[in-house]
Design a protein around this ligand. Structure first.
Ligand code: NAP
Length: 282
């Protein structure tokens, strides 16, 4: 597996397995199948409500901890954000059955993110988390967080797929030492991604599926990604993307698919700021 080196020297597999929207009762089997397929990096969140199932699958696999890379995410915390963040971290760690995390992300750019970040900096300094990062932060919020804190986020996990490519976000984050990580690489099939004619033709030229072309395109852009599937066949196929290379012309043709806009929602939309920012996760 190809790795990407984060700003503090931690090496992270460039391709992982995401468990968003896998129901808790199906997650243990999905993660067990993903481990068997060869995944070693896992992306969950307290908000996904399946950390315990992820933890059980990791433990039962018997795979040494240092061969795994585990990410989870902090949901928006009430005041005092510092204490509540540390409590939420301990809850996630207990559910996962781990003694440290590889990557802990602020899931949404809402509430007292500075209080949350200070607590995460403490946990990072104490060696409880190898790298800390953020998610769904627009570039202005990334720069502001960096300017007023000690630790530069290692990762910013944001929506990136062929219809929303985030070149400017990648440049600004990268110039500030932050790696952008793709969520929703297949846009969850929106815009008929899996039958898109450009992606299909490129896939045919390499004997690969649209999904494999998308993952390869992200990897060639040095963007780490977490692919989600509950199908063992698709899990295996999604890992099989290291034996071909997209040409410059193919990268250009995919670049032309960018619409420059989200297929989900803008994290600056006041209605979503309020809806997600006031939601609470136990
Ligand atoms: P996605 O990866 O864009 O799409 C997932 C969908 O693609 C699933 O319905 C899956 O169906 C299908 N699929 C997977 N591989 C396929 C293949 N080879 N051929 C055809 N269909 C395929 O969407 P996502 O799950 O929302 O995003 C991926 C991960 O990103 C999440 O699991 C999560 O870890 C992370 N994420 C983070 C945030 C955030 O706010 N930070 C938000 C969303 C997602 P099957 O399962 O039936 O194969």
């Amino acid at each position: 597996m190809q790795n990407i080196t984060l700003n503090n020297g931690v090496r992270m597999p460039i391709l992982g397995f995401g468990v968003f929207q896998i129901p808790p009762e199906e997650t243990e089997q999905a993660v067990t199948d993903a481990l068997a397929a060869g995944y070693r990096k896992f992306d969950t969140a307290s908000a996904y409500q399946n950390e315990e199932a992820v933890g059980r699958a990791l433990k039962n696999s018997g795979i040494p901890r240092d061969e795994l890379f585990v990410t989870t995410k902090l949901w928006v915390q009430d005041d005092p954000a510092d204490d509540n963040t540390k409590r939420a971290f301990e809850t996630s760690l207990t559910k996962l059955g781990l003694d440290h995390l590889d990557l802990y992300l602020i899931h949404q750019p809402y509430g007292d993110v500075y209080g949350q970040w200070r607590a995460m900096q403490d946990l990072h300094r104490q060696g409880r988390i190898r790298a800390i990062g953020i998610s769904n932060f627009h570039p202005d919020r990334v720069v502001d967080l960096i300017d007023h804190n000690d630790v530069v986020p290692a990762v910013n996990q944001i929506e990136v797929h062929p219809f929303f490519q985030r070149d400017t976000d990648q440049k600004i984050n990268s110039d500030n030492g932050v790696v952008i990580e793709s969520w929703g690489p297949f846009a969850a099939g929106k815009n008929n991604l899996f039958t898109d004619p450009v992606l299909t033709r490129i896939g045919e030229a390499h004997g690969k599926s649209v999904a494999q072309v998308v993952l390869r395109w992200l990897i060639q852009r040095q963007i780490p990604v977490n692919a989600k599937s509950v199908s063992p066949d698709r899990m295996a196929a999604n890992l099989d993307v290291f034996d071909f290379t997209l040409t410059d012309d193919e990268m250009d043709r995919i670049a032309a698919l960018d619409t420059g806009t989200t297929l989900y929602f803008d994290h600056r939309d006041p209605a979503m700021v309020s809806r997600l920012g006031t939601m609470r996760v136990e």
